[in-house]
Design a protein around this ligand. Structure first.
Ligand code: ZN
Length: 324
């Protein structure tokens, strides 16, 4: 008899292939083998040059189209369900920051056409669209307000991960559709500026959104499945299990250096916030831990329907409302 995990539509709201034109996209097989049904892959961050964003996106799209037996580009809930039914891993794209929009609202529609279905406005540092979580806490600027309206209109998930506190609250107040934190953990459990306050979690739930717990030890405490369950528990007890999910932030190739030339690492990842000099110093929750996480949640007394939601149903619901 299939387990609850086998039956679930499993959704990883954010993970990272290296942002290089010759990236080994076949590393996605880890997610497929682990029973994940949909993953959102990052195609760029605020520090990523536009040329790299475009070439990386071309590489990802081309590779996925050449492997139709096992993978599918998916931009709608119907396509994600169809991919699962056919035993394929559905892949969508996300953008970590608004700088690759070049200050032009018309770029939102272009990225949508390229498969981007989730976007945040700022990556750790302030920019003309929003405040970042490792910078001065500013209200949402005028360009950010216009961006909320355009993203609502086009139909993408607004994502407040990496965003500053005030800007994130302003985005959630302004949006007419669900806003998510695709990969952000409760600050009540690990006091790190990249983690989010209970006020932010409540505001996210009020939009109909979901908080995806990430598997980065710096933000989680360690990389144990039990610890992921504790973070899910915090969100569920605060706003209900319907607003908890998973955004592993799994680095498929942590040893590949995809830093753009001349990037100031300490600017984007301030050393005083505990970012090590190498990704290898950080432990990651592995995709293969997700079946164990499902078992832990059931043992903790979660109803089967709640576990199905946490594994993916909640993000599916938010995406359907945001993309429709
Ligand atoms: Zn991120």
């Amino acid at each position: 008899m299939p387990t609850l995990y086998d039956r679930a539509l499993v959704w990883d709201a954010h993970s990272c292939l290296p942002l290089v034109p010759d990236a080994d996209v076949s590393l996605l097989a880890r997610h497929k083998a682990a029973g994940i049904d949909h993953v959102s892959i990052n195609i760029g961050m605020d520090m990523t040059p536009l040329e790299t964003v475009i070439r990386t996106t071309a590489r990802f799209r081309d590779w996925i189209r050449r492997h139709p037996e096992d993978y599918a580009l998916a931009g709608s809930v119907a396509e994600i369900r169809a991919a699962k039914a056919a035993g394929r891993l559905a892949v969508g794209f996300d953008l970590e920051g608004a700088l690759p929009l070049m200050g032009d609202l018309a770029m939102v529609g272009l990225y949508h056409d390229l498969g981007v279905r989730q976007i945040h406005f700022a990556y750790n540092r302030n920019n003309p669209a929003a405040g970042g979580c490792h910078d001065q806490d500013i209200p949402l600027p005028a360009f950010g307000r216009a961006l909320v309206a355009e993203i609502n209109r086009i139909g993408m998930l607004l994502d407040c991960s990496h965003t500053g506190h005030r800007s994130s609250l302003d985005i959630m107040a302004a949006s007419t559709r669900p806003v998510v934190f695709s990969h952000a953990n409760p600050r009540a459990l690990v006091d790190h500026p990249r983690n989010i306050t209970d006020e932010q979690i409540r505001a996210c739930a009020a939009t109909g959104g979901v908080v995806g717990i990430n598997g980065i030890s710096l933000f989680l405490g360690d990389a144990k499945s039990e610890t992921v369950a504790r973070h899910i528990d915090h969100v569920a007890q605060l706003v209900g299990a319907a607003h908890a999910g998973i955004g592993l932030d799994f680095l498929f190739a942590p040893d590949v250096d995809d830093a753009p030339p001349g990037r100031d690492r300490d600017y984007w990842w301030p050393p005083e916030a505990g970012y090590g000099s190498a990704h290898s110093a950080i432990a990651l929750v592995q995709p293969e831990q997700l079946p164990e996480l499902a078992e832990i949640l059931l043992r903790r007394g979660y109803a089967e329907a709640d576990v199905l939601g946490i594994l993916g149903g909640n993000f599916l619901r938010a995406a359907e409302a945001a993309w429709g």
